[in-house]
Design a protein around this ligand. Structure first.
Ligand code: 2BA
Length: 110
């Protein structure tokens, strides 16, 4: 068994969750924040049998889009923690999803 940890843009999270549950995957959604942009995203925890990992990843990939996020010139972001040193606005590419796959030693439900 594997645990998929998938970080998905909030704008894609509902459609990703729907597509996964439609295919009988069980998912947990966590409300998370990126450390760089410090904006909300969604982290999915998905426990899957080994032979279903690629199928789950293909669904996440299908519904997760790449977007451009403009970082303003203030210092309130991870890239520039000093408000007295403003930087020029810049565009950052975000996503699609960032996906980790981890081995699971055991899974129990009590
Ligand atoms: P954030 O940390 O807010 O990062 C948003 C986007 O900013 C990233 O998009 C990347 O293009 C850029 N970025 C992040 N850290 C950077 C840095 N130190 N210098 C320059 N640019 C940087 P994605 O790579 O698509 O990541 C989207 C979100 O996925 C991230 O939000 C974070 O929440 C998560 N993530 C990505 N890679 C991760 C990793 N290795 N470990 C844990 N979380 C990760």
């Amino acid at each position: 068994m594997k645990l998929i940890i998938a970080i998905v843009n909030n704008e894609d999270s509902s459609v990703v969750a729907s597509a996964l549950t439609k295919e009988k995957f069980t998912v947990t959604r966590l409300a998370t924040n990126g450390g760089f942009l410090m904006v909300g995203n969604t982290t999915f925890l998905i426990g899957v049998e080994d032979d279903k990992v690629e199928f789950a990843k293909s669904i996440i990939n299908k519904y997760s889009q790449t977007r451009t996020h403009t970082v303003p010139s203030t210092g309130a972001f991870g890239m520039n923690m000093r408000p007295d040193e403003p930087t020029a606005p810049r565009d950052v590419s975000v996503g699609g999803a960032t996906v980790f796959v981890m081995g699971v030693e055991s899974m129990d439900k009590y």
